[in-house]
Design a binder for this molecule. Structure first.
Ligand SMILES: NC(=O)c1ccc[n+]([C@@H]2O[C@H](COP(=O)([O-])OP(=O)(O)OC[C@H]3O[C@@H](n4cnc5c(N)ncnc54)[C@H](OP(=O)(O)O)[C@@H]3O)[C@@H](O)[C@H]2O)c1
Length: 303
């Protein structure tokens, strides 16, 4: 019997790339998730168990026998009862369950630039989770991605979607905040080979405005960039969000972009070129909108 590894969120985004990479290694993969997804290409190839935080004994059982846990669980923003504080508590609960189940190692997906001192709850919460992991007991590695791109990612895809539909693109502020995109495949590769705390960043770095221009060129929609005060840009984004029944960009995410938190100060481990990926995928990028609320916040049929 091949050895078992557990991955959270293998029917969702980053977790699906990690699960695919692990399957290529010939291991047995079990995902912890809130819902089944018969449409996922991984459906039928991996085992499933509920990712839930109400029944510790059941969570421990779902982790028993696994050598390693790959954790991608986190929430993009707060909404209703979903809060960063709760996500921190849930993460600690998951790590404790893994320790009790005898999981030897946890590979945790964090974010670039986490900080206890950050004014941004996303980045502060990520730092708290990293501390919880260090105290949990099992050996661990931490992978800190910058901005993850790939098929059906949310940010790059939806920038393309906006460029396809509107005559101008509203850039918050001067658009000089820097990003260092990393491919989802590279994040998965870095996760399965990580032995300590490492950034997962790609080989290229752009300002946000440059990134939007690159996306526009790749999809054949070079729109004028209109620089607007961040508040006004957020208001425009909020209107578009209402129209799409989604949240396009939060104030905190914008602050993170402007503060260049999605870059690494380590030599890049990711190899895929964002520019080349755009050139290869421009024809399809942004044809369909990808909704965060639909993916992660709408009611679902639990496992
Ligand atoms: N995407 C990026 O550009 C990026 C950049 C830097 C760091 N990261 C980090 O990478 C990890 C994965 O991110 P991702 O974008 O790939 O996320 P994702 O796949 O959409 O979600 C990851 C996991 O979190 C769970 N989850 C997400 N939103 C939730 C909610 N509202 N309530 C309860 N559970 C929720 C999902 O549960 P289900 O399996 O049940 O759906 C899944 O297990 C996260 O830790 C994130 O902070 C991502």
């Amino acid at each position: 019997m091949p050895e078992l590894v557990v991955v959270t969120g293998a029917f969702s985004y980053t977790g699906s790339f990690i699960a695919r990479r692990l399957l290529d290694d010939g291991v047995r993969v079990r995902t912890l998730t809130r819902r089944d997804d018969p449409a996922s290409p991984l459906h039928g190839k991996i085992e499933t168990a509920p990712l839930q935080f109400a029944d510790r004994a059941a969570l421990v059982e779902s982790l028993r026998g696994a050598r390693c846990l790959y954790n991608t669980y986190w929430v993009r923003f707060e909404r209703g009862g979903t809060t960063f504080d709760r996500a921190v508590r849930n993460s600690a609960f998951l790590f404790a369950a893994a320790a009790e189940a005898g999981v030897e190692r946890i590979v945790h997906v964090s974010v670039s630039s986490p900080s206890d001192d950050s004014p941004l709850p996303y980045f502060r919460g990520k730092a708290q989770v990293e501390r919880e992991l260090a105290a949990a007991g099992p050996a661990y590695a931490i992978v800190r991605p910058t901005l993850v791109f790939g098929p059906r990612d949310i940010l790059v895809n939806n920038i393309a979607w906006i460029l396809r539909r509107f005559p101008v693109f509203v850039v918050p502020g001067d658009g000089s905040g820097r990003v260092q995109p990393v491919s989802a495949e590279d994040v998965a590769e870095i996760a399965v080979t990580a032995t300590r705390t490492v950034d997962a960043a790609g080989p290229e770095e752009y300002s946000f405005a440059e990134l939007v221009r690159l996306v526009g060129a790749a999809i054949g929609c070079r729109r004028p960039l209109v620089h607007a005060p961040p508040r006004l840009a957020l208001a425009v984004g909020a209107i578009a969000g209402v129209a799409r029944r989604d949240v396009l960009l939060t104030r905190d995410e914008l602050a993170g972009l402007q503060a260049s938190l999605l870059v690494s100060h380590e030599p890049p481990r990711g190899r895929a070129s964002f520019r080349e990926w755009l050139e290869r995928n421009g024809a399809t990028l942004g044809r369909a909108y990808v909704s965060e609320l639909a993916r992660n916040f709408r009611p679902y049929a639990p496992l």
